[in-house]
Design a protein around this ligand. Structure first.
Ligand code: IPM
Ligand code: MG
Length: 368
Protein backbone atom coordinates (compact mmCIF):
# COMPACT_ATOMS: atom_id res chain seq x y z
CA UNK A 1 0.00 0.00 0.00
CA UNK A 2 1.13 3.55 -0.69
CA UNK A 3 2.55 5.48 2.24
CA UNK A 4 1.13 8.72 3.61
CA UNK A 5 -2.50 7.94 3.69
CA UNK A 6 -4.02 11.17 4.93
CA UNK A 7 -6.71 11.02 7.58
CA UNK A 8 -8.72 13.72 9.29
CA UNK A 9 -9.97 12.88 12.78
CA UNK A 10 -13.04 14.80 13.94
CA UNK A 11 -13.75 13.46 17.46
CA UNK A 12 -16.59 15.92 18.06
CA UNK A 13 -18.56 15.87 21.31
CA UNK A 14 -19.52 13.67 24.24
CA UNK A 15 -17.94 10.23 24.00
CA UNK A 16 -16.45 11.09 20.57
CA UNK A 17 -12.94 11.92 21.87
CA UNK A 18 -12.66 8.85 24.11
CA UNK A 19 -13.76 6.35 21.46
CA UNK A 20 -11.48 7.97 18.88
CA UNK A 21 -8.55 7.63 21.28
CA UNK A 22 -9.00 3.84 21.07
CA UNK A 23 -8.73 4.00 17.27
CA UNK A 24 -5.35 5.66 17.73
CA UNK A 25 -4.24 2.51 19.56
CA UNK A 26 -5.23 0.46 16.51
CA UNK A 27 -3.45 2.90 14.21
CA UNK A 28 -0.28 2.67 16.33
CA UNK A 29 -0.57 -1.09 16.24
CA UNK A 30 -0.85 -1.11 12.43
CA UNK A 31 2.13 1.18 12.22
CA UNK A 32 4.31 -0.95 14.54
CA UNK A 33 3.19 -4.40 13.56
CA UNK A 34 1.98 -4.17 9.96
CA UNK A 35 4.01 -1.24 8.62
CA UNK A 36 0.84 0.50 7.55
CA UNK A 37 1.08 4.17 8.41
CA UNK A 38 -1.20 7.13 8.26
CA UNK A 39 -0.71 10.87 8.35
CA UNK A 40 -3.13 12.07 10.97
CA UNK A 41 -4.67 15.46 11.49
CA UNK A 42 -7.28 16.31 14.08
CA UNK A 43 -9.84 19.10 14.16
CA UNK A 44 -13.06 20.23 15.79
CA UNK A 45 -16.65 19.60 14.71
CA UNK A 46 -20.07 19.96 16.33
CA UNK A 47 -20.44 21.55 19.75
CA UNK A 48 -16.67 21.55 20.28
CA UNK A 49 -16.32 23.75 17.18
CA UNK A 50 -19.20 25.99 18.30
CA UNK A 51 -17.40 26.60 21.59
CA UNK A 52 -14.11 27.40 19.85
CA UNK A 53 -15.26 29.15 16.68
CA UNK A 54 -18.97 29.93 17.00
CA UNK A 55 -19.93 27.48 14.25
CA UNK A 56 -20.18 23.68 14.13
CA UNK A 57 -17.95 23.40 11.06
CA UNK A 58 -15.48 26.06 9.92
CA UNK A 59 -14.56 26.51 6.26
CA UNK A 60 -10.99 25.58 7.13
CA UNK A 61 -12.11 22.24 8.60
CA UNK A 62 -14.36 21.54 5.61
CA UNK A 63 -11.43 22.31 3.35
CA UNK A 64 -9.23 19.82 5.20
CA UNK A 65 -11.99 17.19 4.97
CA UNK A 66 -12.19 17.69 1.20
CA UNK A 67 -8.47 17.13 0.79
CA UNK A 68 -7.71 14.06 2.88
CA UNK A 69 -8.17 10.43 1.81
CA UNK A 70 -10.73 9.76 4.54
CA UNK A 71 -12.43 11.38 7.52
CA UNK A 72 -13.20 9.59 10.78
CA UNK A 73 -15.87 11.31 12.87
CA UNK A 74 -16.76 10.49 16.49
CA UNK A 75 -20.13 12.01 17.39
CA UNK A 76 -21.75 15.42 17.55
CA UNK A 77 -24.26 17.15 19.82
CA UNK A 78 -25.28 17.37 23.44
CA UNK A 79 -27.66 19.25 25.73
CA UNK A 80 -25.20 22.14 26.06
CA UNK A 81 -25.95 23.18 22.47
CA UNK A 82 -29.68 22.38 22.38
CA UNK A 83 -30.56 26.05 22.17
CA UNK A 84 -28.06 27.36 19.63
CA UNK A 85 -29.37 28.67 16.30
CA UNK A 86 -30.44 25.96 13.86
CA UNK A 87 -27.88 26.80 11.19
CA UNK A 88 -24.90 26.44 13.52
CA UNK A 89 -26.12 23.60 15.74
CA UNK A 90 -23.85 20.53 16.04
CA UNK A 91 -25.92 18.41 13.62
CA UNK A 92 -25.62 21.12 10.96
CA UNK A 93 -21.85 20.55 10.81
CA UNK A 94 -22.38 16.86 10.09
CA UNK A 95 -25.00 17.55 7.42
CA UNK A 96 -22.74 20.15 5.75
CA UNK A 97 -19.89 17.63 5.62
CA UNK A 98 -22.19 15.10 3.93
CA UNK A 99 -23.62 17.65 1.50
CA UNK A 100 -20.49 19.60 0.56
CA UNK A 101 -18.31 16.50 0.23
CA UNK A 102 -21.14 15.02 -1.89
CA UNK A 103 -21.22 11.88 0.27
CA UNK A 104 -24.44 10.53 -1.15
CA UNK A 105 -24.10 6.84 -0.28
CA UNK A 106 -24.36 6.06 3.41
CA UNK A 107 -23.53 2.40 4.09
CA UNK A 108 -24.90 1.10 7.36
CA UNK A 109 -24.23 -2.54 8.05
CA UNK A 110 -26.11 -4.29 10.83
CA UNK A 111 -24.42 -7.54 11.77
CA UNK A 112 -25.39 -9.58 14.74
CA UNK A 113 -22.28 -11.14 16.25
CA UNK A 114 -22.97 -14.62 17.68
CA UNK A 115 -21.70 -13.65 21.13
CA UNK A 116 -24.22 -10.79 21.31
CA UNK A 117 -27.27 -12.51 19.80
CA UNK A 118 -29.00 -12.75 23.18
CA UNK A 119 -28.55 -8.99 23.77
CA UNK A 120 -31.09 -8.21 21.03
CA UNK A 121 -34.63 -7.30 22.00
CA UNK A 122 -35.78 -9.88 19.43
CA UNK A 123 -35.65 -13.63 19.92
CA UNK A 124 -32.17 -15.00 19.43
CA UNK A 125 -33.03 -17.27 16.49
CA UNK A 126 -34.53 -14.33 14.57
CA UNK A 127 -31.31 -12.32 14.74
CA UNK A 128 -28.37 -14.66 15.18
CA UNK A 129 -26.23 -14.51 12.04
CA UNK A 130 -28.07 -11.41 10.83
CA UNK A 131 -26.09 -9.51 8.20
CA UNK A 132 -27.92 -6.56 6.63
CA UNK A 133 -26.49 -3.62 4.73
CA UNK A 134 -28.61 -0.48 4.45
CA UNK A 135 -27.58 1.91 1.70
CA UNK A 136 -29.11 5.24 2.64
CA UNK A 137 -29.15 8.16 0.22
CA UNK A 138 -27.60 10.96 2.27
CA UNK A 139 -27.38 14.24 0.37
CA UNK A 140 -30.95 14.69 -0.84
CA UNK A 141 -34.59 14.16 0.01
CA UNK A 142 -36.36 15.80 2.91
CA UNK A 143 -33.10 16.71 4.65
CA UNK A 144 -32.02 19.19 1.99
CA UNK A 145 -35.02 19.83 -0.31
CA UNK A 146 -36.07 23.46 -0.79
CA UNK A 147 -38.18 25.20 0.32
CA UNK A 148 -37.48 24.38 3.93
CA UNK A 149 -38.88 26.92 6.38
CA UNK A 150 -41.23 27.99 9.11
CA UNK A 151 -43.33 31.04 8.30
CA UNK A 152 -45.91 33.02 10.20
CA UNK A 153 -49.47 32.75 9.01
CA UNK A 154 -52.71 33.98 10.46
CA UNK A 155 -53.40 32.14 13.67
CA UNK A 156 -50.05 30.37 13.85
CA UNK A 157 -47.18 29.22 11.74
CA UNK A 158 -46.64 27.01 8.72
CA UNK A 159 -43.69 24.63 8.44
CA UNK A 160 -42.44 23.18 5.17
CA UNK A 161 -39.95 20.45 4.36
CA UNK A 162 -39.59 19.34 0.78
CA UNK A 163 -39.01 15.76 -0.33
CA UNK A 164 -37.33 15.98 -3.72
CA UNK A 165 -35.26 13.55 -5.82
CA UNK A 166 -33.93 13.67 -9.36
CA UNK A 167 -33.32 10.68 -11.61
CA UNK A 168 -29.56 11.21 -11.32
CA UNK A 169 -29.64 11.24 -7.52
CA UNK A 170 -31.60 7.99 -7.38
CA UNK A 171 -29.51 6.37 -10.10
CA UNK A 172 -26.16 6.91 -8.43
CA UNK A 173 -27.17 5.56 -5.03
CA UNK A 174 -28.95 2.59 -6.62
CA UNK A 175 -25.81 1.76 -8.61
CA UNK A 176 -23.78 1.66 -5.39
CA UNK A 177 -26.39 -0.63 -3.84
CA UNK A 178 -26.55 -2.98 -6.85
CA UNK A 179 -22.73 -3.17 -6.90
CA UNK A 180 -22.68 -4.11 -3.24
CA UNK A 181 -25.51 -6.61 -3.67
CA UNK A 182 -23.47 -8.24 -6.42
CA UNK A 183 -20.58 -8.74 -3.98
CA UNK A 184 -22.94 -10.12 -1.33
CA UNK A 185 -25.96 -12.42 -1.71
CA UNK A 186 -27.34 -10.96 -4.95
CA UNK A 187 -30.53 -9.74 -3.30
CA UNK A 188 -31.62 -6.09 -3.13
CA UNK A 189 -34.69 -4.47 -1.61
CA UNK A 190 -35.52 -0.97 -2.87
CA UNK A 191 -37.65 0.83 -0.30
CA UNK A 192 -39.97 3.83 -0.81
CA UNK A 193 -43.63 4.85 -0.56
CA UNK A 194 -44.65 4.73 -4.23
CA UNK A 195 -48.25 4.26 -3.07
CA UNK A 196 -48.33 7.79 -1.62
CA UNK A 197 -45.33 9.82 -2.77
CA UNK A 198 -44.24 11.02 -6.21
CA UNK A 199 -40.59 10.65 -5.17
CA UNK A 200 -41.45 7.02 -4.43
CA UNK A 201 -42.88 6.52 -7.92
CA UNK A 202 -39.70 7.91 -9.51
CA UNK A 203 -37.50 5.95 -7.10
CA UNK A 204 -39.20 2.67 -8.06
CA UNK A 205 -38.98 3.45 -11.76
CA UNK A 206 -35.27 4.34 -11.62
CA UNK A 207 -34.37 1.33 -9.44
CA UNK A 208 -36.15 -0.94 -11.94
CA UNK A 209 -34.26 0.66 -14.85
CA UNK A 210 -30.84 0.28 -13.15
CA UNK A 211 -31.82 -3.28 -12.28
CA UNK A 212 -31.76 -4.13 -15.98
CA UNK A 213 -27.98 -3.55 -15.94
CA UNK A 214 -27.62 -6.08 -13.15
CA UNK A 215 -29.28 -9.21 -14.45
CA UNK A 216 -27.88 -11.39 -11.66
CA UNK A 217 -29.55 -9.39 -8.89
CA UNK A 218 -32.96 -10.23 -7.52
CA UNK A 219 -34.59 -6.81 -7.02
CA UNK A 220 -37.64 -6.47 -4.81
CA UNK A 221 -39.59 -3.26 -4.18
CA UNK A 222 -41.05 -2.70 -0.75
CA UNK A 223 -43.01 0.11 0.91
CA UNK A 224 -41.14 1.72 3.78
CA UNK A 225 -43.79 1.01 6.40
CA UNK A 226 -43.87 -2.65 5.42
CA UNK A 227 -40.06 -2.72 5.53
CA UNK A 228 -40.10 -1.41 9.12
CA UNK A 229 -42.54 -4.16 10.01
CA UNK A 230 -40.58 -6.89 8.18
CA UNK A 231 -37.34 -5.78 9.86
CA UNK A 232 -38.72 -6.67 13.26
CA UNK A 233 -40.77 -9.66 12.04
CA UNK A 234 -38.22 -11.57 9.96
CA UNK A 235 -35.05 -9.51 9.51
CA UNK A 236 -33.03 -12.29 7.90
CA UNK A 237 -35.07 -11.99 4.68
CA UNK A 238 -32.99 -8.86 3.92
CA UNK A 239 -29.48 -8.54 2.59
CA UNK A 240 -28.98 -5.12 0.95
CA UNK A 241 -31.63 -2.39 1.30
CA UNK A 242 -31.47 0.85 -0.68
CA UNK A 243 -33.64 3.77 0.38
CA UNK A 244 -33.92 7.54 0.63
CA UNK A 245 -32.45 9.84 3.26
CA UNK A 246 -35.35 10.03 5.72
CA UNK A 247 -36.54 6.42 5.45
CA UNK A 248 -32.89 5.37 5.67
CA UNK A 249 -32.42 7.34 8.87
CA UNK A 250 -35.35 5.57 10.50
CA UNK A 251 -34.86 2.07 9.09
CA UNK A 252 -31.15 2.07 9.95
CA UNK A 253 -31.88 2.80 13.60
CA UNK A 254 -34.40 0.00 13.53
CA UNK A 255 -31.93 -2.43 11.92
CA UNK A 256 -29.23 -1.28 14.32
CA UNK A 257 -31.25 -2.22 17.37
CA UNK A 258 -31.83 -5.73 16.02
CA UNK A 259 -28.16 -6.40 16.68
CA UNK A 260 -28.42 -5.70 20.39
CA UNK A 261 -26.31 -2.57 20.64
CA UNK A 262 -25.89 0.71 18.85
CA UNK A 263 -22.42 0.71 20.38
CA UNK A 264 -21.32 -1.92 17.87
CA UNK A 265 -22.37 -0.37 14.56
CA UNK A 266 -20.07 1.35 12.09
CA UNK A 267 -20.93 3.31 8.97
CA UNK A 268 -19.32 4.69 5.84
CA UNK A 269 -20.50 7.58 3.70
CA UNK A 270 -19.02 7.77 0.21
CA UNK A 271 -19.02 10.11 -2.76
CA UNK A 272 -18.89 8.99 -6.38
CA UNK A 273 -15.50 7.94 -7.78
CA UNK A 274 -13.46 10.53 -9.66
CA UNK A 275 -11.46 9.67 -12.80
CA UNK A 276 -8.68 8.10 -10.77
CA UNK A 277 -11.20 5.97 -8.89
CA UNK A 278 -10.80 8.02 -5.70
CA UNK A 279 -13.87 8.52 -3.53
CA UNK A 280 -14.21 11.08 -0.78
CA UNK A 281 -15.30 9.28 2.35
CA UNK A 282 -16.34 9.78 5.94
CA UNK A 283 -16.60 7.00 8.50
CA UNK A 284 -18.50 7.25 11.76
CA UNK A 285 -20.14 5.11 14.41
CA UNK A 286 -23.95 5.02 14.19
CA UNK A 287 -24.31 5.84 17.89
CA UNK A 288 -24.53 9.41 19.14
CA UNK A 289 -22.49 11.45 21.61
CA UNK A 290 -24.05 9.84 24.74
CA UNK A 291 -23.58 12.92 26.98
CA UNK A 292 -24.72 10.94 30.05
CA UNK A 293 -21.57 8.81 30.06
CA UNK A 294 -19.18 11.22 28.34
CA UNK A 295 -15.76 11.64 29.94
CA UNK A 296 -16.29 8.65 32.24
CA UNK A 297 -14.31 6.11 30.21
CA UNK A 298 -17.42 3.93 29.93
CA UNK A 299 -18.27 4.14 26.23
CA UNK A 300 -18.03 1.25 23.79
CA UNK A 301 -15.28 2.09 21.27
CA UNK A 302 -16.01 -0.88 18.99
CA UNK A 303 -18.37 0.93 16.58
CA UNK A 304 -15.67 3.52 15.91
CA UNK A 305 -12.97 0.87 15.60
CA UNK A 306 -15.20 -1.05 13.17
CA UNK A 307 -15.76 2.22 11.25
CA UNK A 308 -12.00 2.47 10.93
CA UNK A 309 -11.97 -1.12 9.60
CA UNK A 310 -14.55 -0.07 6.99
CA UNK A 311 -12.19 2.77 6.07
CA UNK A 312 -9.36 0.31 5.46
CA UNK A 313 -11.69 -1.76 3.27
CA UNK A 314 -13.41 0.98 1.24
CA UNK A 315 -10.87 3.83 1.11
CA UNK A 316 -7.59 1.90 1.15
CA UNK A 317 -8.54 -1.42 -0.38
CA UNK A 318 -6.98 -3.16 2.61
CA UNK A 319 -9.37 -6.03 3.25
CA UNK A 320 -6.69 -8.02 5.07
CA UNK A 321 -6.21 -5.58 7.91
CA UNK A 322 -9.96 -4.83 7.97
CA UNK A 323 -10.64 -8.56 8.43
CA UNK A 324 -8.01 -8.71 11.13
CA UNK A 325 -9.66 -5.90 13.11
CA UNK A 326 -13.11 -7.42 12.68
CA UNK A 327 -11.81 -10.80 13.85
CA UNK A 328 -10.13 -9.14 16.83
CA UNK A 329 -13.49 -7.58 17.78
CA UNK A 330 -15.18 -11.00 17.59
CA UNK A 331 -12.44 -12.63 19.66
CA UNK A 332 -12.45 -9.90 22.29
CA UNK A 333 -16.19 -10.33 22.74
CA UNK A 334 -15.72 -14.10 22.58
CA UNK A 335 -13.40 -13.80 25.60
CA UNK A 336 -16.34 -12.33 27.52
CA UNK A 337 -15.07 -8.75 27.63
CA UNK A 338 -17.87 -6.17 27.64
CA UNK A 339 -18.41 -2.45 28.02
CA UNK A 340 -21.49 -1.37 29.99
CA UNK A 341 -23.85 -1.09 27.00
CA UNK A 342 -23.41 -4.79 26.10
CA UNK A 343 -22.75 -6.13 29.58
CA UNK A 344 -24.27 -9.52 30.32
CA UNK A 345 -24.26 -11.76 33.36
CA UNK A 346 -20.99 -13.60 33.92
CA UNK A 347 -19.02 -11.34 31.60
CA UNK A 348 -16.14 -9.04 32.46
CA UNK A 349 -17.08 -5.35 32.58
CA UNK A 350 -14.32 -3.11 31.22
CA UNK A 351 -13.82 0.58 30.52
CA UNK A 352 -13.55 2.19 27.10
CA UNK A 353 -9.75 2.31 27.29
CA UNK A 354 -9.52 -1.26 28.60
CA UNK A 355 -11.63 -2.41 25.65
CA UNK A 356 -9.18 -0.66 23.31
CA UNK A 357 -6.31 -2.36 25.11
CA UNK A 358 -7.98 -5.80 24.99
CA UNK A 359 -8.56 -5.35 21.29
CA UNK A 360 -4.91 -4.65 20.53
CA UNK A 361 -3.98 -7.73 22.56
CA UNK A 362 -6.27 -9.80 20.34
CA UNK A 363 -4.67 -8.18 17.30
CA UNK A 364 -1.28 -9.26 18.63
CA UNK A 365 -2.49 -12.85 18.96
CA UNK A 366 -4.03 -12.88 15.50
CA UNK A 367 -0.93 -11.45 13.88
CA UNK A 368 1.46 -13.78 15.73
C1 IPM B 1 -27.82 9.85 11.61
C2 IPM B 1 -28.25 10.92 12.56
C3 IPM B 1 -28.25 12.25 11.81
C4 IPM B 1 -29.28 12.14 10.70
C5 IPM B 1 -28.49 13.47 12.71
C6 IPM B 1 -27.50 13.56 13.84
C7 IPM B 1 -28.48 14.75 11.90
O1 IPM B 1 -29.48 10.62 13.11
O2 IPM B 1 -26.68 9.93 11.10
O3 IPM B 1 -28.59 8.91 11.39
O4 IPM B 1 -30.48 12.37 10.92
O5 IPM B 1 -28.87 11.84 9.59
MG1 MG C 1 -30.24 8.69 12.57
Amino acid sequence: MAANKKLLFLPGDGIGPEVMAQVRKVIDWLDNRRHVSFELEEDLVGGAAIDAHGTSLTDATLDKAMNVDAVLLGAVGGPKWDNVARDIRPEAGLLTLRKDMDLFANLRPANCLPSLADASSLKEDLVSGLDILIVRESTGGAYFGQPKMIEDIEGGQRAVDTQVYTTAEIERVCRVAFDLAEKRSGKLHSVEKANVMETGVLWRQVATEIGKEFSGIELQHMYADNCAMQLVRAPKQFDVIVTDNLFGDILSDCAAMLTGSLGMLPSATLSGADQSGRRRAMYEPVHGSAPDIAGKDKANPLATILSFAMMLRYSFDDGNNADLIEDAVKNTLGRGIRTGDIMQEGMELVSCSQMGQALTEELDKLAA
